[in-house]
Design a protein around this ligand. Structure first.
Ligand code: PLP
Length: 406
């Protein structure tokens, strides 16, 4: 997820505009800012690039999720279904609005298993969050139809999949709302930042106000004259961050093209090993190719490959999520025990603990065999060849010394 890898004069120039006029806030200061509105420009560019009607920038992907959930009306005691393989931000946002995260199994797409979603639906379910992990997508046709059938809201967490699409529509624009993260390791970055995308005017108005203390932004140049139709929060992005994002969004197509080229080259090399299988991609043409995710036949083989890659100094950039503290339920003891710095309501605490301690053995069987290789924009063809061949040698060595089930 490489926006930071190709830092250039383009980012420096956009930043310079803001540094020169000295207006770092996205709202107000109309006279002094000499027509420079980087955040508004970036929101327009997001709508144009991804084909959505509205975009609301926020301070992070996490605050974009919180803002979107709030705007969708999710709150006290509502259940929100999401996958057990994600980043902690997804369930943090659900808890932050007072709702209950109901984690369910993934499948070989590494995203929500539609059947697991169906089984988890109760009268309290309000929303489903597919998390489009590692640059690729959930089975959106299946999830859209479940949400229609049960009258549930659909919020796409597309934080890791900017520029990926499903059957011709960009991820983040298919559900009632979608979120992007522009943190330092995402496909395009602002340094820190996020966005809520939606085609629904009422949801957008709520995102716009909620992320800025409830301002209705109708007071013109006088922010003090704005009304506050509801209680909000400060999840604003700054003009400095938006300036970086504006340069990066203009470069997105070129980033994606390099990513796809490098992904294909590495996949061709790894495909030489018949025992390796690859993540199922519901719409291969829409993969943004930030990662190549592959499976070993067994957990033992995966662990041995990871250990050998570490021993040979080539593990960097390869992620064994099963052992990672931040992305998979297995290591989320804080969630399983609902440990919070502030007081959660007793019923919320009880529900969090209940759902986080479900049986995730189906997902364990997938995640324990999965390695995701991050695709760099900086690799040369020679480096891909060298990297791929080293990986193949390690995998073959491990497999030849293991008993692989038929
Ligand atoms: C799937 C997912 N959702 C949400 C986030 C949160 O984004 P941010 O780091 O901008 O808060 C991330 C960040 O890694 C993520 O991977």
């Amino acid at each position: 997820m490489p926006g930071f890898e190709l830092w250039s004069d383009k980012e420096r120039r956009e930043l310079q505009d803001v540094l020169e006029n000295g207006i770092l806030m996205r709202y107000g200061f109309d006279g002094m800012r000499k027509g420079i509105w980087k955040s508004k420009e970036l929101e327009d560019a997001i709508c144009k690039t991804f084909g959505c009607t509205y975009a609301q920038l926020t301070s992070s992907g996490t605050s974009a999720l919180t803002t979107a959930l709030t705007a969708l009306g999710i709150g006290y005691s509502d259940e929100v279904i999401l996958p057990c393989f994600t980043f902690v931000a997804s369930f943090e946002a659900v808890i932050s609005v007072g709702a209950v995260p109901v984690l369910v199994d993934i499948d070989d797409t590494l995203t929500l298993n539609p059947e697991a979603v169906r089984k988890a639906i109760t009268p309290k379910t309000k929303c489903v969050i597919p998390v489009h992990m590692c640059g690729s997508m959930a089975d959106m046709n299946a999830l859209v139809s479940i949400c229609k059938e049960y009258n549930l809201l659909l919020l796409e967490d597309a934080c890791q999949s900017i520029g990926a699409s499903y059957k011709g529509k960009f991820l983040g624009t298919i559900g009632d709302a979608g979120t992007f993260s522009f943190d330092p390791v995402k496909t395009i970055t602002c340094g820190e930042g996020g966005a809520v995308l939606t085609n629904k005017g009422d949801i957008h108005i709520k995102c716009d106000g909620y992320s800025d203390h409830g301002h209705d932004h109708k007071g013109g140049a006088d922010r003090g004259a704005d009304q506050h139709p509801f209680i909000g929060y400060n999840y604003r992005i700054s003009e400095l961050h938006a300036a970086v994002g504006l340069a990066q969004i203009k470069r997105l197509d070129s980033f994606l093209a390099i990513q796809k080229k490098n992904h294909t080259a590495l996949k061709n090399i790894l495909s030489q090993v018949p025992e390796i299988s690859f993540r199922r991609i519901p719409d291969p043409a829409g993969d943004s190719c930030t990662f190549l995710s592959w499976f070993l036949p067994t957990e033992e083989a995966a662990m041995a490959v990871v250990n050998e890659m570490k021993a040979q100094g080539i593990l960097a950039g390869n992620f064994y999520w099963y052992d990672n503290n931040w992305h998979y339920i297995r290591k989320w003891d804080h969630l399983k025990n609902a440990i919070s710095v502030n007081h959660l309501s007793p019923s919320l605490k009880e529900q969090i603990i209940h759902h986080a301690n479900n049986d995730f053995s189906v997902s364990d069987a997938i995640m324990s065999r999965c390695v995701s290789t991050a695709i760099s924009l900086l690799w040369t063809d020679e480096q891909i060849k060298e990297k791929g061949e080293k990986m193949v040698a390690i995998i073959k060595k491990v497999i030849s010394g293991q008993t692989i089930p038929a």
